[in-house]
Design a protein around this ligand. Structure first.
Ligand code: DSN
Length: 444
């Protein structure tokens, strides 16, 4: 649908989409789990495939008329297998947590013991948090990072596993900047008789590009979202060894989900095709180089980088030396149009809602074409913004510098031009059309 038509049918939602498109262009996006997918991915996502019910799997559906969505779902499956080298792939999970629900139910029974990284040490809600289904239906043992190194201590994890004999050990993280050694985790799994469930949602892109060790040779099940470093639509994928293929498909549908989102699955296929290119490999290399440059530059401004650096796309920053909490830093950055999220640091003295850290990631800005020189400037903007709380002139200065930077790396330019045209086409509204404030929305 052309934006004109959306505007005619629902001007309120049109405004949301217009403003969000401009916001994404006008802000420096440093949320480590976000990215900007391509126009091709968006085209598949916004297609009539959303209309189709296709419960079941290609050639084994419970509805008629599935011959075309069978093709796109098979493409997504085959491309996943090629990209990651897995035996079996299911591309139907609606989101990462849904993928993990199915994975747990294949590997364990409710009440069994599972072991995952604590959320406050960089884990994920679905890795055993007490408020999440994973913490409610399983007995959970949480491992942490080492207090000194702030990295995984495989000897300590082994000791914990030997003590509790979990059925499943979950590997992978949401805020861990160092290499995950899936082979070492597998040695522990083999020793205690556990299955390894690797959740690679954050590092799927570097793994696909061969820049981070892959869990595929080791883990029984690997889950990933498709919208983070993989730069696809919002959704997830499960991969497994052949021996679990049939069971896994049954656990996704009908076990834990109903009808698949065939428009999302087609968009996953497009993103996976993009991920199989050399350009994507180069994009991943630059994302990691940018994270290193950002970490180094921030350290130069006196920020303490958790674990002393990064091996992947994210940087975890301890703000305590700057006398500001994660929550206040997130707000200070928001004022100058830098988007990031507060995050707990290992052994954080603050509650998660306040937090002592910031999690910064480079996937989105690297998609815009930014490189090391921009990362150095962004570290400077961050340092200035954190020092500028309450100083309106300083904030205005940083905001102007951010504006200059984002203007040099346009995002969704054609869409924004179209929205701007529609905005300009609006009939003058009495005296108000002369008021510069009437076009303020364009700069959101
Ligand atoms: N909420 C995601 C993140 O930001 O890492 C994980 O699902």
């Amino acid at each position: 649908m052309k934006p004109d038509a959306l505007k005619a049918v629902d001007p309120e939602v049109f405004e949301v989409v217009r403003k969000e498109t401009n916001r994404q262009h006008n802000n420096l996006e440093l949320i480590a789990s976000e990215n900007f997918c391509s126009e091709a991915v968006l085209a598949a996502l916004g297609s009539v495939l959303t209309n189709k019910y296709a419960e079941g799997y290609p050639k084994r559906r419970y509805y008629g008329g599935c011959r075309f969505v069978d093709i796109s779902e098979n493409l997504a499956i085959e491309r996943t297998k090629k990209l990651f080298g897995c035996d079996h792939a299911n591309v139907q999970p609606h989101a990462g947590t849904q993928a993990n629900i199915a994975a747990y139910l294949i590997l364990a029974n409710p009440g069994d013991t599972i072991m995952g990284l604590s959320l406050s040490h960089g884990g994920h809600l679905s890795h055993g948090h007490p408020m999440n289904f994973s913490g409610r239906y399983f007995k959970v043992i949480q491992y942490t990072v080492n207090k000194e190194t702030e990295m995984f201590d495989y000897a300590a994890i082994r000791k914990l596993a030997l003590e509790h004999k979990p059925r499943v050990i979950v590997t992978g993280a949401s805020a861990y900047a160092r290499t995950v050694h899936f082979d070492k985790f597998q040695e522990i799994c083999d020793e205690v008789g556990a299955s390894q469930l690797a959740d690679i949602a954050h590092i799927a892109g570097p793994i696909a590009a061969g820049l981070h060790p892959s869990p595929i040779p080791y883990a029984d099940i690997v889950t990933t979202t498709t919208h983070k470093t993989l730069r696809g639509p919002r959704g997830a994928i499960i991969m497994s060894k052949q021996k679990l293929a049939e069971q896994m498909d049954k656990l996704v549908f009908p076990g834990t989900q109903g009808g698949p989102l065939e428009h999302c699955i087609a968009a996953k296929a497009v993103a996976l095709k993009e991920a199989l290119t050399d350009e994507f490999k180069e994009y991943q290399r630059q994302t990691l180089a940018n994270a290193k440059a950002l970490a180094q530059a921030l350290a130069g401004y006196g920020f303490r980088i958790v674990s002393g650096g990064t091996d992947n796309h994210l940087v975890l920053v301890d703000l305590r030396s700057k006398n500001i909490t994660g929550r206040d830093a997130e707000r200070a950055l928001g004022k100058v149009r830098i988007t990031a999220n507060r995050n707990t640091i290992p052994f954080d003295p603050q509650k998660p809602f306040i937090a002592s850290g910031l999690r910064l990631g480079t996937p989105a800005l690297t998609t815009r074409g930014m490189k090391e020189p921009e990362m150095k400037k962004i570290a400077e903007f961050i340092d200035r913004a954190i020092g500028a709380v309450g100083d309106d002139d300083a904030i205005a200065g940083i905001k102007a510098d951010v504006k200059e930077m984002v203007s040099a790396f346009p995002l969704y330019a054609e869409r924004r031009a179209e929205y701007a045209r529609l905005k300009d086409d609006e009939p003058p509204r009495g005296e108000n059309h002369k008021d510069p404030k009437s076009t303020k929305g364009n700069a959101e």
